[in-house]
Design a protein around this ligand. Structure first.
Ligand code: NOJ
Length: 572
């Protein structure tokens, strides 16, 4: 079946460990599987998914949820085999669904043979990772070569909160964890920007870059349609190892992670290197053998907007950065800030680049928990009705919440992100809501019992459910209206709580207004004229989006319920 364009595509992010375990497998292991994803392709295509992105399914000791990879070119035995993967690619393509793989170029697991060779100075591998003998301090102790920190410094904060670490010193700061880890075998430090079991590869080494490009080709040759690139910015370091500057704005009240005491100018996001490595990866997608394949990459980088704009400029036809503004913008920031972010994002996108919106992923508290159930529906529609790629994190369409995870069941080394990674809830009449037939204690993470009533089987035939809202908007507006794939039109309202924008394509128009407040609001859109509305959709009461056409004068005041979004569509 023909694949739809990347522009305006619905991209469904699957966290494979907790999505679905195929029920044929004996014994059941309590881990989702590749064949389990295949089982759910009908569910995904009914919803209207164009692309699936799978978080790393590779062999891994699972220190960091699979982002610590010990073999880039295989499938973790818990999840299945390469044959399962090939079959999934084929089945996806038969249904017109593209498949995007998570590509993790910055670090491997310490169990990767490359690291073991490098640690043991096997000829040719000495510089595959970032090694340094360190310095000797005034007391004669060996210390790391600079002040670079580990992103995973939250455990220090937690230890302090549990009273297991001395109280804050005079500087009132919990110490962050150094990114430099000592290797007994090599008698040197290696750099690990995340967990100590995730050593950073040395991207300034040509052999490393070429080997990682080979990894990309391995999966492209198996038919994958694109990559989500993990922490792109971390590839690019200042290899003269200058200290990071300190973040003057840091205080324990404002920041959760002690790592944020540092700026991120040298340990990551170093411009020249960032440009070169990103460009080289993009060049792989442009190689002759992939001509006509329309392969894309989306780069993960939690960086300031100007760095992301810089990344978007590098190779806009094949790769753009994730736009995390829906996810990370302070919920208390005035709406004017959100509007500026949104308008300037689309204004600045380089020619040929496809933008994107993201409401959730496996690293962030689930949308419905973050913003509340009613607002989550509005945010969901907002994502779908903005231009570009629309990322949906598995379960978001059901309005799932974060779960409270008992300490003895935690998997995340930060003790932080398991709540958003609990099993998908397909059917509450089945064991473990349809996720797996394994016993509860053997599940990778427990099922969130609080959300049982939100399982897909309860929502699919419910006209008012979150699932039906997503499905209606995808099928009837995103795919059903040419305006929904048209140009972004910034709009002004006369109400500081209501954001509005339009989409326009050859005379077809869509006006979207979203009330970000907890109160009803009366609003009109400045400078707009009477529209002959064909269809109106509210994020609160789902209609089937059919019905008689009506005149709606959006320049006159109209009412929005608390956290309601409405979309008004007209045809020429
Ligand atoms: C970003 C991934 O999304 C996250 O889950 C992981 O812990 C870090 N990169 C390190 O790979």
């Amino acid at each position: 079946m023909e694949k739809r364009s990347w522009d305006n595509s619905v991209i469904y992010h699957i966290y494979p460990r907790t999505f679905n375990e195929d029920k044929e497998r004996t014994p059941q292991r309590g881990h989702g599987s590749i064949a389990g994803i295949e089982e759910k392709l009908d569910y995904l295509s009914d919803l209207g998914v164009d692309v699936i992105w799978i978080s790393p399914p590779y062999p891994s000791p699972m220190v960091d949820g699979g982002y610590d990879i010990s073999d880039y070119t295989n499938i973790h035995p818990d999840l299945g085999t390469l044959e399962d993967f090939d079959r999934l690619v084929t089945r996806c393509h038969e249904k017109g669904i593209r498949l995007m793989l998570d590509f993790v170029p910055n670090h491997t697991s310490i169990e990767h043979p490359w690291f073991q060779k490098s640690e043991n100075c096997i000829k040719g591998f000495e510089d595959w990772y970032i090694w340094h003998p360190g310095e000797v301090d005034e007391n004669g102790n060996r210390v790391p070569p600079n002040n670079w920190g580990s992103v995973f410094s939250i455990p220090n904060r937690k230890a302090r909160e549990r009273g297991e670490m001395p109280e804050l010193g005079d500087d009132k700061k919990t110490p962050y964890i150094s990114a430099w880890r000592w290797s007994e075998a090599r008698q040197e430090y290696y750099l690990a920007s995340f967990a100590k079991e995730q050593p950073d590869l040395n991207w300034s080494n040509w052999y490393v870059r070429e080997s990682m490009k080979e990894v990309m080709r391995f999966w492209l040759d198996r038919g994958v349609d694109g990559f989500r690139v993990d922490v792109l910015n971390h590839l690019a370091k200042d290899m003269s190892f200058e200290d990071e500057e300190l973040n003057d704005a840091y205080s324990e009240d404002l920041y959760e992670n002690p790592y944020d005491q540092l700026m991120k100018y040298r340990s990551c996001g170093y411009p020249e290197a960032l440009h070169q490595y990103t460009w080289e990866m993009c060049e792989v997608l442009r190689e002759e053998q992939y001509e006509g394949r329309d392969i894309k990459m989306v780069f993960e980088a939690y960086m300031e907007r100007h760095v992301l704009d810089y990344i978007d400029e590098i190779a806009p036809d094949v790769g753009v950065s994730f736009n995390f503004t829906l996810l990370t913008l302070d919920p208390h920031a005035p709406l004017s800030v959100r509007k500026i972010e949104l308008d300037s994002y689309y204004a600045k996108l380089p020619d040929g680049a496809i933008g994107n919106q993201v409401n959730g992923n496996h690293d962030n508290v689930r949308l419905a928990t973050r913003v509340g159930d009613v607002a989550a529906r509005a945010f969901g529609v907002m994502n779908l009705l903005l231009p570009g790629m629309k990322f949906i994190y598995n379960g978001e369409e059901l309005g799932l919440h974060n779960a409270a995870i008992p300490v003895d069941r935690m998997q995340d080394p930060n003790g932080l992100r398991d709540g958003e990674r609990t099993p998908m809830l397909f059917d509450n009449t089945m064991p473990n809501c349809g996720f797996s037939n394994a016993s509860e204690n053997n599940l990778y993470l427990p099922v969130n019992g609080e959300d049982r009533r939100l399982a897909a089987n309860e929502q699919i035939n419910d006209p008012g459910s979150s699932y039906t809202l997503y499905k209606t908007v995808i099928h009837q507006i995103v795919r059903g209206m040419s305006a929904a794939s048209g140009q972004y039109v910034p709009m002004q309202t006369d109400n500081e709580h209501v954001l509005a924008w339009g989409r326009q394509n050859d005379g077809d128009k869509l006006v979207v207004a979203m009330n970000f407040s907890e109160e009803s609001q009366s609003v009109s859109i400045i400078g707009s004229t009477v529209m002959k509305a064909q269809k109106i959709l509210s994020s609160i009461q789902v209609t089937d989006f059919e019905g008689d056409s009506q005149d709606v004068d959006v320049s006159q005041a109209f009412q929005l319920k608390p956290n309601e979004l409405i979309a008004i569509a007209t045809k020429k």
